[in-house]
Design a protein around this ligand. Structure first.
Ligand SMILES: O=C(O)C[C@H]1NC(=O)NC1=O
Length: 244
């Protein structure tokens, strides 16, 4: 099985972190390709960043279709472009937020999310609502760190994330923590040991869910709204999307 793990931002160090975490849990026989767009934001910390990153996600899915891919992971906690990506392939496309919510709901009745900047908490809130997990999430929290601090100041970032996770454990009456950033993919053991709660991380959860979906012979339904896009002309910079 070949899984294409797409980091929607353009920071190679974070793509490498995500790829290593994915390979650490992948089953024998699962080949992981970790990739990122050629252009776009170095980190995704706003609605604008996310909107721009979607074009990169689409490019990486189209590249995966040309190369042959059994499943795609969108490794950003906003799951940017997930429905557009699903329209472009028969393979499953799994976002790390959706994967983490499902996994956390299997091991706890309530969880809290710890993400990076306060301003991105609304993105997680919107996803909880759209995926139907609002009831399962007690609180969305932020360690108040820029996304790239995870790569550039990892020790301080880990310290702040653990502090916020400990506050969640003390205050939120939860059974699990969900890590709200693809860049946290390598931190699960350290956080779990420090906090003493099950920690669910979206990249690794998505890998195992992708293996399960493909293993059951399932993929993105092409009936209804996730059917391939109707062929039509595109003009200007998107002309190459004409009659896909
Ligand atoms: O929304 C966030 O804070 C995290 C999100 N941004 C990013 O560049 N990768 C992510 O997973």
């Amino acid at each position: 099985m070949h899984i294409r793990v797409i980091n929607p931002n353009t920071t190679q160090a974070m793509t490498d972190t995500i790829g290593e975490a994915a390979r650490a849990v992948a089953s024998p026989g699962t080949h992981i390709t970790a990739c990122q767009p050629k252009s776009g934001p170095v980190s995704i910390e706003s609605h604008f960043d996310e909107a721009v990153s979607v074009m990169g996600v689409i490019e990486e899915v189209l590249a995966g279709e040309r190369e042959g891919t059994d499943a795609y992971i969108i490794a950003c906690f906003g799951d940017p472009g997930i429905y557009a990506a699903r329209e472009l392939t028969r393979a499953p496309v799994i976002g790390i937020a959706e994967a983490a919510f499902h996994m956390a709901s299997l091991i706890s009745t309530r969880f809290s999310i710890v993400t990076t900047l306060p301003r991105t908490m609304i993105i997680a809130e919107h996803l909880l609502e759209s995926y139907g997990f609002s009831h399962n999430c007690r609180r969305i929290r932020a360690a108040d760190i820029p996304v790239l601090d995870l790569e550039e100041h990892p020790d301080r970032a880990l310290e702040l994330i653990i502090e916020e996770c400990l506050r969640a454990k003390r205050e939120d009456n939860i059974g699990a923590i969900v890590l709200g950033c693809g860049g946290m993919a390598d931190l699960t053991p350290k956080i779990s040991e420090a906090v003493g709660l099950p920690v669910v991380e979206g990249v690794t959860a998505a890998i195992k869910l992708a293996e399960a979906v493909v293993g059951l012979g399932l993929g993105t339904s092409k009936f209804g709204d996730l059917a391939f896009p109707r062929p039509k002309p595109f003009v200007g910079r998107f002309e190459s999307y004409s009659n896909l």
